[in-house]
Design a protein around this ligand. Structure first.
Ligand SMILES: Nc1ncnc2c1ncn2[C@@H]1O[C@H](COP(=O)(O)OP(=O)(O)OP(=O)(O)O)[C@@H](O)[C@H]1O
Ligand SMILES: [Mg+2]
Length: 371
């Protein structure tokens, strides 16, 4: 029994009998009335609380919406920042590329220019010297022919001097010396020409050129470095001239050839092949029998600054620069590699560049001028 009812019963019905029924009903009635009033009070409070809760709920939902909006904004700012960062990295790579290529090209062109003049005059002087020597020998021969008219003692002394100075040997050796010197100079002239071809000082614009010349001039520059590690096999097909900036393609060939040599630890083979794909594309492949590229690195080798070489040995820019150059030529560069067997890079280039839009054409010109 409810303690309140027990108390009323005790008050109005002592001894268990209804002594004051009216008093009891009045008390119970009052209790009901008070209960009703409490209930309606509680209901009212509940209603107020529920409406306050609803209001708070709506406010929270609004705040949540606002937070979501801010989060969306932040995430879009983040994406923009990542994009900007990527653009910055690309710009930095391109600057470094321009810098690296400009310095290699300028160095090659500068050396070629500096050597060209002295080589030209030494070459011309050697020709004159050879002529003078022939004339001197002619004079000496004429004197020798007149020996019979000289006193015997003088002839003896002259012969003694001739033997002592090994005149006959000098006459024979002089011709060989002159020939060797001329051959040596021809070789220097060839190297200078190759340096010029490599840097293509006279070509900074797009031109129709045969990439075989580029491969050969690049090879002649790095052949010495490659030969210490590898046999070089060339299987070059006849190719049509293609629209390109050959000095830039030479940089790509050089990067790939040097990478190939670096990948060979003992002694191996570097194979250079060229060919046509259809009649509108040419391809060049540079393969090595080096250590190969681990599969997990394959997707990263074209990233700027990715290198597995020790600090100071590699900057990790060679392939990313090469990728950029090939992309500007609307070509592609593919790689296949087998750990322990070697790696082959294949470049495919269009014979003719697609018509460029104005912005692209400016970018190409700038890139070409920077190199
Ligand atoms: N032929 C190859 N065989 C094996 N690994 C290669 C070969 N070519 C490239 N790689 C890997 O790709 C990485 C990146 O090459 P990349 O030419 O971009 O930079 P690098 O040679 O390290 O430095 P550098 O800027 O001096 O060229 C190399 O460090 C090497 O790990
Ligand atoms: Mg490299």
């Amino acid at each position: 029994m409810h303690p309140l009812l027990a108390r009323q019963l005790k008050k109005y019905c002592p001894d268990g009998r209804a002594a004051d029924l009216d008093g009891l009903s009045a008390a119970v009635d009052a209790a009901y009335a008070s209960f009703e009033s409490d209930r309606s009070l509680i209901e009212h409070s509940l209603e107020t609380m529920s409406s306050e809760l609803g209001q708070r709920n709506r406010e929270l939902a609004k705040q949540l919406q606002e937070k979501q909006r801010v989060m969306d904004q932040l995430s879009s700012i983040n994406t923009e920042l990542l994009d900007l960062n990527h653009k910055l990295e690309t710009a930095q790579t391109q600057l470094l590329q321009a810098d690296k290529m400009a310095s290699i090209g300028q160095l090659a062109a500068g050396v070629a220019h500096e050597i060209n003049n002295p080589v030209a005059f030494v070459h011309s002087n050697i020709g004159t010297l050879e002529m003078y020597l022939k004339q001197i020998f002619q004079i000496a021969d004429a004197y020798i022919a007149q020996e019979q008219f000289l006193p015997a003692e003088v002839v003896r002394q002259l012969n003694e001097l001739r033997d002592k100075l090994e005149y006959d040997y000098i006459v024979g050796d002089m011709a060989d010396l002159m020939k060797e010197s001329k051959d040596g100079l021809e070789r220097v002239k060839k190297i200078v020409q190759e340096l010029k071809d490599f840097s293509r000082v006279d070509q900074s614009e797009w031109d129709l050129l045969d990439i075989t010349d580029g491969i050969n001039s690049t090879l002649s520059l790095v052949r010495h470095e490659l030969q210490s590690r590898a046999d070089i096999v060339c299987e070059l097909s006849a190719l049509p001239p293609i629209e390109c900036v050959l000095s830039q393609l030479n940089q790509v060939f050089m990067n790939l050839l040097i990478n190939a040599a670096h990948a060979i630890k003992q002694h191996g083979t570097i194979t250079i092949r060229t060919g046509m794909q259809g009649d509108d594309h040419v391809w060049v492949s540079i393969g090595d029998t080096g250590e190969g590229i681990p599969p997990e690195n394959l997707s990263r080798i074209f990233d700027a600054f990715f290198t597995t070489k020790p600090v100071g040995k590699g900057t990790g820019l060679g392939l990313s620069l090469s990728y950029g150059i090939i992309k500007r030529h609307h070509g592609r560069i593919d790689v296949s590699s087998q750990m322990g067997s070697g790696t082959t890079f294949t470049i495919t280039l269009p014979v003719q560049q697609p018509p460029a839009n104005a912005a692209e054409s400016d970018a190409l010109k700038n890139a070409a001028n920077q190199s």
